[in-house]
Design a protein around this ligand. Sequence first.
Ligand SMILES: *[C@@H]1O[C@H](CO)[C@@H](O)[C@H](O)[C@H]1NC(C)=O
Ligand SMILES: *[C@@H]1O[C@H](CO)[C@@H](O)[C@H](O)[C@H]1NC(C)=O
Ligand SMILES: *[C@@H]1O[C@H](CO)[C@@H](O)[C@H](O)[C@H]1NC(C)=O
Ligand SMILES: *[C@@H]1O[C@H](CO)[C@@H](O)[C@H](O)[C@H]1NC(C)=O
Length: 420
Amino acid sequence: MAKGFASLLAVCLLLDLTCAGPVYGQTTAADVPETTNVAQLIRRVPSEPGTLLGRSRLRGLERRIAAPIGTARALPVYHPAEYLAEVKAGGYRYALQIDTGSSDTWFVKDGFQCLISPHCNLGPAFRGDFDLIEVEHLNISYGWEEGVFLNGLMAYSDLTVAGVTIPKQQIALATLGAWTGDGISSGILGLGLPGLTGSFRGQTPAEDGLQNLVSYNPVATTLTNQIGKHIFSLGLSRNESESFLALGGVPKDIKTGNYTRVPIEKMPKPFGGSDYFYYAFTPSSLTWGNSTSHRSETSLPQAIVDSGTTLNVFPYEIAHSINKHYQPPASWSLTQGGWFVPCDAVPPSLGIEIAGETFWTDPSSMVLRQVIDPETGFCATGVGTMSGEVFILGDVFMQGLVAVFDIGKRMEMRFAKRGR
Ligand SMILES: *[C@@H]1O[C@H](CO)[C@@H](O)[C@H](O)[C@H]1NC(C)=O
Ligand SMILES: *[C@@H]1O[C@H](CO)[C@@H](O)[C@H](O)[C@H]1NC(C)=O
Ligand SMILES: *[C@@H]1O[C@H](CO)[C@@H](O)[C@H](O)[C@H]1NC(C)=O
Ligand SMILES: *[C@@H]1O[C@H](CO)[C@@H](O)[C@H](O)[C@H]1NC(C)=O
């Protein structure tokens, strides 16, 4: 505890955060508000290897933090996210991928022009009414191999999620692009922070750049400012029926241990200054190993909590070492761009220390039994890599936890181990 607090203090000083208020660390479950606005999630299991994350996606992420023009998170290629929520708009229901790693909420529009063959595999098109924003348009490039991107309209529509109606939310309606969907989801519910939104003035996508980038209030901000719901929580589980998105707090009957609190940190902007982009924080340490060999790293870069990424993603050297600690050790598949092990391999422990508390990744999340390399029959491991320094804590980290995102005055995340 003392150690966690000391390193947080350092973070406060370094990032010039206001840390004078709450003392970060433990808080009991009773301190977290409860809500009845809970949506059960649909879980899509990514079944194709090489789709959890590819080289191009890493490049995309790197580029975005360095130069967030038309910023959007880069999604893995074929099965972008595992968890979908039902969203109602204009009297119709859609499944959208829930993504804490991006901030634009978009739906595919009728007549969408797919620029890749055979098809973009998107779910049903948006059919409801909307108020067109004539002076702006959508242009998101996801930084994938073959220039995966979407162009579209900007509009306002009421959205209903988990029984909460979000009035006049700015959304995008994708009209054209290159996208590889899952056949079910009609788009993305972007739960990220304002720094990541990407709408452009005018109607000439080819000329878009920082000069006509306009920022707007994403869903998380509208929930906070318009209806006073400044907290949402996610329970991602391997068991679909235990997975939820809750608005305004945590579900009433959820059993958890104590919550650990950590401030959400700003990240540097390309031309100076900083803003809230991702749900970022600085972990105190990372520990991994097995019964015979352990390693621990301190002085870590920022980590992003991202429901739209399947794996835990670390810089190569760390990811490589964790993967070597599987028994038997994982091997890198060049064709799949990831590490694979025999499906009954014993994973190493993997602990992320947050404000003095260590969260151990559930061992059963460390081997992805549905993601098989067809060449070897091996299963993907839960740990991938990217170039650059940022850590991504994806579904593998979040499974088994309740994650609370508080973007009110406190600007903090809280994590608790899920009980039974
Ligand atoms: C905007 O869209 C065009 C295609 O219409 C694309 O070539 C360009 O790269 C996009 N720009 C950004 C910043 O996404
Ligand atoms: C999934 O969760 C539901 C609800 O808690 C439970 O009834 C069911 O047994 C669980 N399934 C598995 C395979 O654990
Ligand atoms: C949770 O916090 C309370 C109050 O600080 C403490 O009494 C209790 O032991 C904690 N529980 C766990 C499991 O750490
Ligand atoms: C522990 O991990 C090391 C790799 O650093 C490996 O050489 C060793 O075989 C592993 N031992 C067990 C018991 O898994």
